[in-house]
Design a protein around this ligand. Structure first.
Ligand code: HEC
Length: 307
């Protein structure tokens, strides 16, 4: 066989393989994310719902990088070049996005980290990259990302010499714009969204809190407007029991931002760094609180609380 054909025998399967991979990545972001997200393969990152339980002395620097694919008329930039975090420490950072065109457009962010093997330790609690996102004409928003690096990073010998990780996002035009969320939810004057609050509550609070029963944490059904430490039958920390606080919207906001800062000695091991998420969760708690007080009226009770 002549040399040219022999080369083709090798090259053609390579190109076919490459084309299939590119096809999968380009046309099936869900598949790409499902696969890469599950394995940490290729420098994608993990999605976390809970806080890490430990922090470590070791630090790592996260550098941020952003790109916009051709065809999406957006400006998209990190608002900080880099941050240094302790392993296990939650961090809130912002990216800004602006639609430079006269039309609403939907974008979709893909992301990866370098070195790629560090991806399995990189956990995002909140990120715009979980959704298709719409920006109205000339709208500009600041988008929060909350993340932490898993303390298990310190135990992986492959990470011994890694002291910096680059987190890189690319926004491209969305392939399925009809499912998009609206980025206007990140505008400073956006109204709190109780439906999103319920989603966040299920992800981040319901492991410890129910509405009508005490679990690891006290029941929260009627918490808004009530004194702290007053759920019947719950064994509170002495600090919270004697805190003399009433759970107004503002106090709940401070509590969720840092329970031990508001009540030194309190036992809740969770913080919600992003203010908009806090406002949505509190809006949800207010809403279920109103339903709970309606329970005095049997008709309103018939439908029961929504979980
Ligand atoms: C890992 C378990 C855990 C998670 C997750 C958790 N909490 Fe808690 N929470 C607690 C514990 C424990 C307490 C009681 C603290 C104490 O006694 O010092 C508490 C107390 C509270 C209180 C005070 C209630 C009262 O009766 O005074 C509020 C409000 C609250 N949590 C809201 C939330 C919200 C909202 C979330 C989700 C963002 C959340 N918690 C997530 C464990 C948790």
């Amino acid at each position: 066989m002549n040399v040219r054909y022999r080369n083709l025998n090798v090259l053609v399967p390579c190109f076919v393989g490459l084309a299939i991979m590119c096809g999968l990545v380009a046309y099936s972001p869900e598949l790409y994310r499902a696969f890469c997200g599950a394995t940490g393969y290729g420098g994608t990152t993990q999605r976390a719902y809970a806080d890490p339980t430990t922090t470590s002395q070791r630090t790592v620097t996260i550098d941020f990088d952003s790109n916009v694919a051709p065809g999406l008329p957006w400006r998209f930039e990190p608002e900080q070049r880099s941050v240094t975090v302790h392993l296990g420490e939650q961090k809130l950072v912002f990216f800004s996005a602006e639609n430079l065109s006269d039309k609403a457009t939907v974008g979709h962010a893909t992301f990866n980290v370098t070195p790629p093997t560090s991806g399995i330790y990189f956990n995002k609690i909140q990120c715009f990259c979980f959704n298709e996102e719409r920006l109205d004409p000339h709208q500009k928003v600041d988008m929060p990302v909350v993340f932490y690096v898993d303390p298990a990073f310190a135990k992986d010998s492959d990470m011994d010499h890694v002291d910096a990780i680059t987190l890189s996002y690319t926004f491209g035009r969305s392939a399925s714009p009809t499912d998009a969320k609206n980025l206007s939810r990140f505008l400073a004057n956006a109204a709190p969204d109780a439906v999103h609050g319920l989603e966040l509550f299920n992800q981040r609070c319901s492991a410890c809190h129910g509405l009508d029963q005490n679990m690891t944490g006290p029941m929260l059904g009627g918490v808004v407007g009530h004194p702290a430490g007053s759920a019947a039958g719950f064994n509170y920390s002495p600090a919270l029991r004697s805190a003399h606080l009433t759970w107004s919207t503002d106090k709940l906001d401070e509590w969720l931002a840092g329970p031990q800062k508001l009540v030194p000695g309190a036992r809740m091991p969770v913080r919600v760094l992003d203010a908009l998420s806090r406002h949505d969760i509190i809006a949800y708690l207010r809403e279920v609180g109103e339903k709970h007080s309606d329970q005095a009226h049997p008709q309103a009770h018939a439908s029961g609380p929504e979980y």
